[in-house]
Design a protein around this ligand. Structure first.
Ligand code: FAD
Length: 403
């Protein structure tokens, strides 16, 4: 990207999306290029309304991810950077640790594999027996568990508020109610059409989350990737039953499925959330079954990769839908971890929708995916643990702009 500041009408950098990735990118860029002009275009009236404001608030330590993957390295580095960011600014967070719990011998074998993976990723973890598990989580049932002390909790919306304060103090501009609807890359800049006027920038970074593939397509840079939205529904434990969970209790994940399975999470405000499950959403921002977009339905029906996936994982998928529609089934999934939880202990809590990319071969993309095109960078896959990793994802994006 050109290092000189552009004309008064143009920005040095335009960022699409004021979720945590877009904000972290603008923040990193201004830290590296003081005095440059940065404009963030956000479609909604407020920042962080989608994935960033609707997640589990976990600072992941990096146990699950394939060694050598971007997720593994950026989760480990990103957790440390995020903790430092919060410490320096007095943002509430807590390194409370988590347990991944095996309830039978089959799961014990998978737990042992996870233990190896944690070691490969440089994450400290301890295999603990049922007695030690009972000390950490007295109401949790399990024959063995993996204890990861470095996992933590934070409110990512609070992180975003701090990022915005510092971006605006450094001269950056956040334009809300400004959806990007057209991109025209030229030799030395990109022309950007938005719902509230046009602008030009020397470089553009697309961090549009659930709509990143659509924004990338405006620049001809989607690379065959498309977003498949998966809703994650939550319940919350009623306050009088929140003593059933101290910190974070996770199941051993099903290795054939890209999500972690419903778990119990203490949020930074002290409430205990149960979830998220994973059901195919019928709209990009499909937070309820009733949120249906015809365009999205068409996309699902014509997506061959999705049909293949449905054939391969129909049993798991059907289970997720059943748990979505049936509270008793959701409760039973939680009772595998904490048998004392009853359906009456649970009240619905707002859902989130994951932006999960499908690659050109029709497989769910397992790793983060970022592509660089003419005058622009496109974040094409940034699901969990991308909030944890956001400051390091931003560093990687900005370094590549400089390169
Ligand atoms: C249920 C759930 C639980 C999760 N739990 C965790 C967790 O515990 N820990 C963790 O690390 N990660 C977690 N994640 C993942 C994490 O929340 C996301 O990886 C992260 O928030 C992605 O940030 P983002 O900025 O890419 O996307 P988003 O936060 O979705 O932001 C994208 C922004 O782009 C805007 N936008 C879209 N289109 C346009 C356009 N055309 N013009 C302008 N703006 C546009 C949107 O309005 C939105 O504000 C979870 C995600 C979900 C859904």
């Amino acid at each position: 990207m050109s290092s000189a500041s552009t004309s008064s009408a143009g920005a040095d950098l335009a960022v699409v999306g004021a979720g945590i990735i877009g904000l972290a990118t603008a923040h990193r860029y201004l830290a590296d290029h003081p005095g440059h002009r940065v404009v963030i275009c956000e479609a909604e009236e407020r920042p962080a309304l989608h994935q960033t404001g609707r997640n589990s608030g976990v600072l992941h330590s990096g146990v699950y991810y394939r060694p050598g993957s971007a997720k593994a390295s950026l989760a480990v580095a990103g957790r440390s950077s995020m903790v430092e960011f919060c410490r320096e600014r007095g943002i509430a967070h807590e390194l409370c640790g988590k347990v991944i719990v095996a309830v039978d011998s089959t799961e014990q074998a998978r737990l042992a594999a996870l233990y190896e993976r944690a070691a490969s990723n440089g994450v400290a973890a301890e295999l603990i027996d049922a007695r030690r598990l009972a000390e950490l989580e007295p109401y949790c049932a399990g024959v063995e568990a993996l204890f990861i002390p470095s996992t933590g909790i934070v409110d990512y919306s609070a992180v975003c508020r701090a990022l915005i304060d510092e971006i605006t103090a450094a001269g950056g501009e956040l334009r809300t109610g400004t959806a990007v609807v057209g991109l025209a890359p030229a030799a030395d800049r990109v022309r950007i059409t938005t719902t509230s006027g046009d602008l030009e920038a020397a470089w553009l970074v697309n961090c549009a989350g659930l709509r990143c593939d659509q924004v990338a397509a405006l620049a001809g840079a989607a690379d065959g990737y498309r977003i498949v939205p998966f809703r994650g529904e939550y319940y919350e434990l009623v306050p009088e039953r929140s003593h059933l969970v101290n910190n974070l209790i996770y199941p051993v994940p099903d290795p054939s499925f890209p999500f972690l399975g419903v778990h119990l999470t203490r949020m930074i405000d002290g409430t205990i959330h149960a979830g998220p499950n994973a059901v195919l959403a019928l709209a990009r921002e499909g937070y309820r079954w009733g949120d249906i977009s015809r365009a999205q339905l068409r996309e699902h029906v014509t997506n061959r990769g999705l049909w293949r996936l449905a054939r391969r994982y129909w049993r798991t998928g059907a289970g997720e839908v059943w748990r979505s529609l049936n509270k008793a089934a959701f409760t039973r999934a939680l009772q595998r971890l904490v048998p004392d939880i009853e359906a009456d202990d649970l009240v619905p809590s707002p859902a989130g929708v994951r932006a999960q990319a499908m690659d050109p071969a029709g497989e769910l993309e397992d790793d983060f995916a970022v592509t660089v095109a003419s005058r622009s960078t496109h974040v094409l896959n940034a699901p969990s643990p991308a909030a944890t990793s956001s400051l390091e994802i931003a560093r990687m994006i900005v370094d590549r702009i400089d390169g």
